[in-house]
Structures are given as C-alpha cells and as structure tokens.
Ligand binder design. Structure first.
Ligand SMILES: [Zn+2]
Ligand SMILES: [Zn+2]
Length: 80
C-alpha cells in the first residue's frame, strides 16, 4: 500500500499514478482532480507545461501520467 500525500489514504500500488522520472505521485483520484482542475483553468494546450506535484520538483508531468488520468478522448486531444 502507498499513502497519498493529498488525502492521506492508503491505496494499492496499482491505483497510484507516479511521475516515472521522479517517482512523485498521488492516487488516481487526487491526481485526476488536480490535473482536471488545471485543464479547466488553463486549457489543454497548457497541459504539456504542467509541472510535477512533488514539492520543489521542477520536472514536467510525464505523458504516461496523463494517459493514466485522462479519458482516451481527452488524451487524444492532449497528444495533438
Ligand atoms: Zn489521494
Ligand atoms: Zn516530481
């Protein structure tokens, strides 16, 4: 089990979404909310520049994270 830094609940590892370059992440639910909020605010075109949630971490959120969070339809838009 992994503890989510956002909601402090424990989730099985498979429900956790990690940024592969730095291993920072939240569970799918929290990460999803976080990313969807940003998308609503800034739009899909800004998604590519969004940084990792880790404190002091400047890495970009990896594509694999977006793929795990977004619906297939949204991810397609993201890739364009
Ligand atoms: Zn959480
Ligand atoms: Zn990070």
């Amino acid at each position: 089990m992994v503890t989510c830094d956002a909601c402090y609940c424990e989730s099985p590892h498979k429900d956790f979404v990690l940024n592969p370059d730095c291993q920072h992440g939240y569970d799918k639910e929290c990460y999803g909310e976080f990313l969807q909020d940003i998308l609503k605010e800034k739009g899909m075109s800004m998604a590519i520049g969004i940084k990792c949630v880790g404190e002091g971490c400047g890495l970009l959120i990896a594509k694999s994270v977006w793929k795990a969070i977004l619906s297939q339809k949204d991810f397609k838009r993201f890739e364009e």
